[in-house]
Ligand binder design. Structure first.
Ligand code: FAD
Ligand code: NDP
Length: 451
């Protein structure tokens, strides 16, 4: 390190990407500080993946109790207590925050609490102190974006929904992306009456069309009131803390409204104007393959650079960044075949190209598709079905995409991600022996192309 710098690397934001980059760089011998204005772990740990998945688990019990009866169990007097779930979640997040602190401190990362602001290409101000760093990494994530609807200030975002003082019996959700869809299933599963309002023809734009349609049918069967080509035009305070929503098909009263209409980079008061860092037309930070911005000493990664806004992607980028800057081995992130899941009920698991994207890319494709009632539901009384779909390149036999809607789709598609990453062909799938009886075996037993 050159003497006049306080640190080799200063990271702003201790979320998924920032924590990993700080830790790894320190383990490689760099003198590192990380600045965080809220809780360690960022969005994923505090108001994202982890509390969300805990709530998904909570919401699955209602159906499990009902289904248990078909298997001979009697579950009398079952009830749900929101406060217990909320408070147990909060305790678990506090435990994780402490673990993140220890993970940073072990390799010697200095944690600076407060809002980090760039004052130049190699200087960061936090409160009334200014630090000099040879390299600065921005990993400040994104923040919910609210549409311009009268009364939108009455709506909650995913930042607040986890900690509601009271359970919302009537919930309106605006949006048709990951967050809106996951919370529609969570709150419906927990017993709320949920209306999910999406402005387009079919939610989850970008996912395979059959997957989107299939999930819509299953969620409706499970009790979510999905409304497409639907608009919320205004929100107004009603009696006893309720909210009256003006909708394209009338007016209705809710206990809470969740707005999940996308997110924007967290760059407020970040001081970008004191640097040459540039933004794309959609407002994300522009970086090269080594995460370097237009200001050579400043780097950025994770959600604030756009693309795949997922925790494992932010972590992968952080690993590549540290290896390149302090490990002596330049690395870039491989964005091919990234598996992802939507934790709806039933969940989606997917990796590789959708049918529409494969066609648009000019592949001649063969599609294998199967829908079935899982074995468990032949006795549980539940009428939920499962969808599996493989997109195969007809010329090379390579499997281009694997998609599923059904129990454990995320768990199953993680493994398929390895196969697709290795370039598996349909013949490889066919010569793989299934595990019987599972739903997953269907992926290796589909023999007849869809007509
Ligand atoms: P973040 O994790 O957002 O971290 C940014 C950090 O920077 C924050 O701690 C913030 O407080 C801090 N910060 C911002 N500005 C400053 C400043 N000026 N000074 C100091 N600190 C600052 N991804 C998945 O892979 N799976 C999931 O199941 C999943 N579920 C999600 C559910 C929800 C409700 C949400 C909102 C997101 C979910 N995500 C999920 C996405 C995932 O959380 C993000 O992709 C991931 O957190 C991005 O990491 P990051 O490091 O880019 O930013
Ligand atoms: P998304 O981008 O996934 O979805 C935003 C939704 O809001 C879209 O349906 C969009 O519609 C709609 N929308 C946008 N603007 C408006 C508007 N002005 N009025 C009405 N509707 C609007 O964002 P999310 O907020 O759901 O999630 C952010 C990101 O977080 C995700 O993209 C994902 O990367 C990550 N995430 C990952 C999860 C996981 O891995 N399981 C879970 C949760 C989040 P349209 O499609 O028509 O543009």
């Amino acid at each position: 390190m050159t003497q006049h710098f306080d640190y080799d690397l200063m990271v702003i934001g201790a979320g998924s990407g920032g924590v990993r980059a700080a830790r790894k760089s320190a383990e490689m011998g760099a003198r590192v500080a990380v600045v965080e204005e809220a809780a360690l772990g960022g969005t994923c740990v505090n108001v994202g993946c982890i509390p969300k998945k805990l709530y998904v688990y909570a919401s699955e019990y209602a159906a499990a109790w009902r289904e248990a009866e078909g298997f001979g169990w009697r579950a009398e007097g079952v009830s749900f207590d929101w406060e217990t779930l909320r408070d147990n979640k909060t305790k678990e997040i506090a435990r994780l925050n402490a673990i993140y602190g220890r993970l940073l401190e072990a390799p010697g990362v200095e944690i600076i609490e407060g809002h980090g602001r760039l004052t130049g290409a190699q200087t960061v101000a936090v409160g009334d102190k200014t630090y000099r760093a040879e390299k600065i990494l921005l990993a400040t994530g994104t923040w919910p974006a609210l549409p311009d609807i009268p009364g939108i200030e009455l709506a909650l975002t995913s930042n607040e929904i986890f900690d509601l003082p009271r359970f919302p019996e009537r919930l309106l959700i605006i949006g048709g992306g990951y967050i809106a869809t996951e919370f529609a299933s969570i709150f419906s599963g927990l017993g709320a009456n949920v209306v999910q309002s999406y402005r387009g023809d079919l939610f989850l734009r970008g996912f395979d069309h059959d997957v989107r349609q299939f999930l819509a049918e299953e969620m409706r069967k499970a009790g979510v009131d999905l409304r497409f080509n639907h608009h919320v035009t205004a929100l107004e305070s009603g009696a006893s803390g309720s909210i009256t929503a003006h909708l394209s098909d009338g007016e209705a009263v809710f206990d809470a409204v969740l707005c999940a209409t996308g997110r924007r980079p967290n760059i407020g008061q970040l001081g970008l104007e004191h640097t040459a860092v540039s933004l794309s037309d959609s407002g994300y930070l522009v970086v090269n393959e080594h995460f370097q911005t237009a200001e050579p000493s400043i780097y950025a990664l994770g959600d604030m650079t756009g693309g795949w806004e997922l925790t494992p992607v932010a972590i992968g980028e952080a690993m590549a960044f540290s290896q390149t800057q302090f490990g002596g081995q330049p690395q870039s992130m491989d964005y091919g075949c990234i598996p992802t899941a939507v934790f709806s009920q039933p969940p989606i698991g997917t990796v590789g190209l959708t049918e529409e994207a494969a066609e648009a890319a000019g592949h001649r494709i063969t599609v294998y598709q199967s829908t079935f009632r899982p074995l468990k539901h032949t006795v549980s009384g539940c009428d939920e079905r499962t969808l599996m779909k493989l997109i195969v390149d007809a010329d090379t036999d390579r499997v281009l995409g694997a998609h599923m809607v059904g129990t454990d789709a995320g768990e199953i598609c993680q493994g398929l991600g390895i196969a697709l990453k290795m370039g598996a062909t349909k013949a490889d799938f066919d010569r793989t022996v299934g595990i019987h009886p599972t739903a997953a075996e269907e992926f290796v037993t589909m023999r007849t192309p869809r007509s």
